[in-house]
Ligand binder design. Structure first.
Ligand code: C2O
Ligand code: CU
Length: 483
């Protein structure tokens, strides 16, 4: 792939130095707002090439070591798929059978998990489908879910945070009839733009970003970096040529939660993790915790510039908010509108209701997250925590028992949110989700159906997607079994 190194400009370095200084105070808060020169073109991850063999769309991916020059003259060791950093965007159509030839040139065990995908457990790419150094893995499945913005990343138990942090992540876009017919900007990389947002902590003198050393600085949530990148670029801009632009935001950070928005305009939230919402939701800020996605449509005037920022996120009632990033704000991506903009219609589409109904639920499970445990137990690869029956609709009750952030991600299925503390969820949670931020001490009830792929042997995961927590045991395993 061709994502190139983007260098720090003098302005960015000054901003970083200022952020570092302010970090010495009693209440560290990081900010890059207003300081940087945004003069690096946003790198657009290339669409992955594929070939069709016997009706199967085949992709090849290689996990490899790489190098980026984030700091002039100081190369940073990174990793990527088919390149130095991040990976190509994979795109497939509902109903299509896909297959992957994945090779690893890494020196440690990895895996490739298809986050948000409905697929057989043995194709899921979790900790039970390791790829050894020099090894290969060839999963195949049929895309069988509504159009959505998904992503892929490694999932080896205990070292997921490091591998994602070092650059192993990419987007996986699904299309279907409804998404093709939707009134939404849809020219990839032009007015339909993937934006992978990640924070990193890079040593200004050496270019190093070895996250293990940095844990000493230690936020409970994991590593909170002061350098926020969009598709691997610091200080990126994107030239906009239409009066509406769609951004597919992925929080690919390991620990940091963002509240995306602009100073002077609302955005239309059109899709969440599992695809299009029932209708556009107009918001000033869009909160995304690690692993979550949001598609937003932003309106632009000819000739203007608009900065996508992450504002200080509302994390709910957390203790020591500064240690969870609650005070931090960043400039992320500057949108630069051309003097003439081609018109794009107001967002609209036909919503697909998948018919999740509380009256159909036959089981309720409860998951309480605390420390590095779920229901008092930490992850054990040899233990199946929950057995779900094929075809069942279930309600899962989720609760963060700590006063620090957690979120909750379930493999295989997309769920809908029934209630939070007994109330209807806000409109931004009206669609399908696979990852949800859990504000401390609140009751989240979500509903899901396990309609395919019974396999009593191979488990799927559920876990906190603050990846340090996941690595340290805040994860459990379920199997889907025939009744
Ligand atoms: Cu994004 Cu279990 O992972
Ligand atoms: Cu957590």
């Amino acid at each position: 792939m061709t994502v190139r190194a983007q260098r720090f400009t003098a302005g960015v370095l000054a901003a970083l130095a200022a952020a570092a200084l302010s970090g010495c105070g009693l209440m560290p808060s990081m900010s890059s707002v207003g300081d940087a020169d945004f003069d690096a073109p946003l790198p657009i991850p290339p669409l992955a090439e594929s070939r069709v063999e016997d009706g199967v769309r085949v992709f090849s991916l290689t996990a490899q070591e790489g190098e980026m020059e984030f700091i002039d003259g100081h190369p940073t060791a990174t990793r990527g798929f088919d390149g130095d950093f991040l990976g190509p965007t994979i795109r497939a159509e509902r109903g299509e059978r896909v297959a992957f030839e994945i090779a690893s040139e890494l020196s440690d065990v990895t895996s490739v998990h298809w986050h948000g995908m409905h697929l057989p457990a043995e194709m899921d790419g979790g900790p039970h489908q390791p790829i050894e150094p020099g090894g290969t893995w060839e999963p195949t499945w049929t895309i069988d879910q509504p159009a959505a913005t998904l992503w892929y990343h490694p999932h080896p138990h205990g070292s997921t945070e490091q591998q994602v942090y070092e650059g192993l992540a990419g987007m996986f876009l699904l299309d279907d009839e409804r998404s093709r017919a939707a009134e939404l900007p849809s020219a990839y990389g032009v007015d339909d733009v993937p934006v992978i947002v990640q924070d990193r902590d890079i040593d200004r003198d050496t270019g190093e970003m070895d996250h293990r050393e940095l844990h000493g600085k230690g936020a409970e949530v994991g590593l909170l970096g002061d350098t926020v990148m969009a598709n691997g670029a610091v200080g990126a801009f994107h030239d906009v040529t239409t009066d509406r632009v769609r951004l597919r935001l992925l929080n690919g950070s390991t620990a940091r939660t963002y509240a995306f928005g602009f100073d002077d305009r609302d955005v239309a939230l059109v899709a969440s993790d599992g695809g299009l919402l029932p209708e556009p939701v107009i918001r000033e800020r869009v909160r995304l915790s690690p692993g979550e996605r949001a598609e937003i449509v932003v309106e632009m005037e000819p000739g203007e510039r608009a900065m996508l920022r992450s504002f200080a996120p509302d994390l709910g009632t957390v203790a020591a908010g500064f240690a969870a990033g609650a005070n931090d704000a960043f400039d992320v991506l500057e949108l630069r509108a051309a003097d003439e903009l081609a018109p794009r219609p107001a967002p609209s589409w036909e919503y697909e209701d998948v018919g999740l109904d509380e009256a159909d639920a036959v089981a309720t499970r409860r998951f309480e997250l605390s420390g590095r445990k779920i229901n008092g137990a930490s992850m054990n690869m040899m233990r199946i925590d929950e057995v779900v029956e094929l075809g069942d609709t279930e309600i899962w009750e989720l609760r963060n028992d700590d006063l620090s952030p957690h979120n909750f991600h379930v493999h295989d299925v997309q769920f809908e949110v029934l209630s939070i503390d007994g109330d209807d969820p806000p409109a931004e949670l009206s669609g399908r989700k696979d990852t949800i931020y859990l504000e401390p001490h609140r009751e989240y009830r979500v509903i899901m159906r396990f309609e395919d792929y019974a396999d009593p042997e191979v488990p799927y995961m559920y876990h906190c997607h603050l990846i340090l927590h996941e690595d340290e045991g805040l994860m459990g395993q379920f199997v889907v079994a025939e009744p």
